[in-house]
Ligand binder design. Structure first.
Ligand code: BG6
Length: 503
């Protein structure tokens, strides 16, 4: 395994919302790991900004607690963490008031040549006001970049408003709309698999592919984020961004290069080709669910409504069937599924090839399963290609389904960097390839909005499902109606041959 660390340019990174969940859980650990890897240059600073009144020492102290998990008592890492903490500064700032911006200016302005990143890890309503304040205080330099966390609005209209407000301060080339799924190792590998191998691309179309499944399952519930989550739901929280982005990467035409706009142009075409889900079809193509009490990770857990403490029609699960209206994909359904409190944390893309047109084998050789290519995002990232082979040994021709199995962990034996590590470094480098362009975000909303509107219109509450199950039974019916089933790891299902006749 070769690890190549390319030092990034000197930067100042200002994290708005620095005391929040995302900053503590993801951003600080990600930055620490990049520092540990030697990628962050001497002198680069991370400036936390939030409403909480806190000193730089207080911020460092709370970051020390966050990093304890990464350090795990290792003396070398501990020393590295202490060095990392010296990069941290803190400014108490209220996005709606001038207070704090003077202090921020005093930190930033003496260093005009550095790459300056403003990471807005706040509610989207603050993206506009914060950008405006930054302009008022003359903090937006030629080398400034702004990072927007999803969700960008809650529908097309509000996302346009957010994009307009940010766009009046920052040029599109300086706006980095983050979708952390794009930074996951296996998502990158999907591009390698498709475009660095001659094997798959000729088969990558309706003539050879029966359907595609994209699942992003979580065993956790809303975990104290019910306030935000209840305004979003699985459709806005996961489908509008992560799942549709994965769909785009599977379905897009090969871009002419991997430059940001070449890739994003192709993804945009996919989003624009998504067939609108109509009133007539919604009941058979979209299933919304909400978890009830049940068992997750071996423990009894409450239902969504108990956690929220109020009635709600917000969905915590979505399964849907999407069609892409173009030559490559006509007639190939893309089944998407995501939910909280499912039996496992599993994210994967399954490309199901068509069955063979004619079998030369006798029935007793066993069932011939169609080939599946499974791209596993998490856990145990890797790629599995399910093939039919002859069961070894005597006994005539017996067929067996086995995977060509590549676990990245086993193959390369390295820790996979968290998606945020890659993405933050890309921002500093000025590479927008793995970030969503404005038109992509808006095209995704344009497809999602009518679905949400139909759900509102019908006033049908989401279907209940017990925590620890794969969602409401309607989600199973959605795919079985088409004569297909959700993929379950075939290792447990069909890996053994069917012993048809004793040798
Ligand atoms: C976030 C969602 O974008 O993605 C969360 O807001 C979700 O609700 C998370 O839990 C899932 O990310 P991952 O990387 O754990 O699959």
């Amino acid at each position: 395994m070769s690890t190549r660390i390319i030092l990034v340019e000197l930067f100042d990174l200002v994290v708005f919302g620095a005391t929040g969940d995302l900053s503590r859980r993801k951003l600080l650990p990600a930055l620490f790991h990049r520092d540990l890897a030697g990628q962050i240059p001497e002198g680069a600073r991370i400036i936390g900004a939030a409403r909480t009144s806190l000193t730089t020492d207080g911020f460092r102290e709370s970051a020390r607690e966050v990093l304890a998990k990464e350090v795990q008592g290792d003396p070398e890492r501990s020393a590295a963490a202490e060095r990392f903490l010296q990069r941290l500064h803190y400014v108490a700032i209220d996005a709606k008031e001038a207070a704090g911006f003077e202090e921020l200016s005093a930190l930033l302005k003496p260093q005009p040549d550095r790459v300056r990143v403003f990471y807005l890890a706040t509610a989207p309503e603050l993206f506009g006001p914060l950008s405006e304040r930054l302009r008022e205080h003359d903090l937006v330099s030629e080398r400034s970049r702004v990072v927007l966390e999803k969700p960008i609005g809650k529908d097309l209209k509000s996302s346009r408003a957010v994009n307009n407000a940010v766009g009046s301060v920052f040029r599109e080339q300086s706006v980095y709309r983050i979708d952390h799924y794009l930074g996951k190792e296996t998502v990158q590998n999907l591009m390698a698999l498709r475009f660095a191998n001659a094997l798959f691309e000729p088969l990558w179309k309706a003539a050879h592919i029966d359907h595609v499944q994209i699942t992003a399952g979580e065993s956790l519930g809303v975990e104290g984020r019910a306030g935000y989550y209840d305004t979003a739901g699985a459709m806005r929280d996961m489908v509008q961004n992560h799942l549709l982005q994965l769909l785009c990467l599977v379905a897009m035409e090969p871009p002419s290069s991997l430059t940001a706009n070449a890739v994003r142009d192709e993804k945009l075409k996919v989003l624009q080709a998504l067939k609108p889900i109509s009133r007539a079809s919604v009941s058979t193509t979209v299933v919304r669910g909400q978890y009830r009490a049940g068992v997750a990770n071996g423990a009894a857990v409450p239902g969504y409504l108990e956690e929220l403490g109020a009635p709600s029609r917000t969905e915590t699960f979505v399964a849907l069937k999407a069609d892409i209206a173009n030559w490559r994909w006509a007639g190939v359904p893309f089944y998407l599924r995501t939910g909280k409190r499912l039996p496992a944390r599993v994210s994967e893309i399954v490309v199901a090839f068509r069955p063979i047109p004619h079998s030369v084998f006798e029935d007793r050789a066993g069932t011939i399963h169609a080939n599946h290519l499974v791209i596993r995002l998490q856990p145990d990232e890797g790629v599995k290609l399910w093939l039919m082979i002859k069961d070894p040994g005597p006994g005539g021709m017996r067929l067996k389904q086995v995977p060509l199995d590549m676990s990245f962990q086993e193959a390369f034996g390295v820790r996979n960097p968290d998606a945020y590590e890659r993405l933050i470094m890309d921002v500093v480098r000025g590479d927008q390839t793995l970030f969503m362009r404005r038109d992509e975000v808006e095209a995704a909303w344009a497809w999602i909005d009518p679905i949400m509107e139909l759900a509102r219109e019908t006033e049908e509450p989401p279907k209940p499902y017990a925590s620890g199950t794969w969602g409401p039974s309607a989600a199973v019916a959605l795919i079985e109606r088409d004569g297909r089933t959700w993929h379950e790891d075939m290792a447990s299902n069909h890996a053994s041959s069917e012993p048809l006749h004793p040798s």
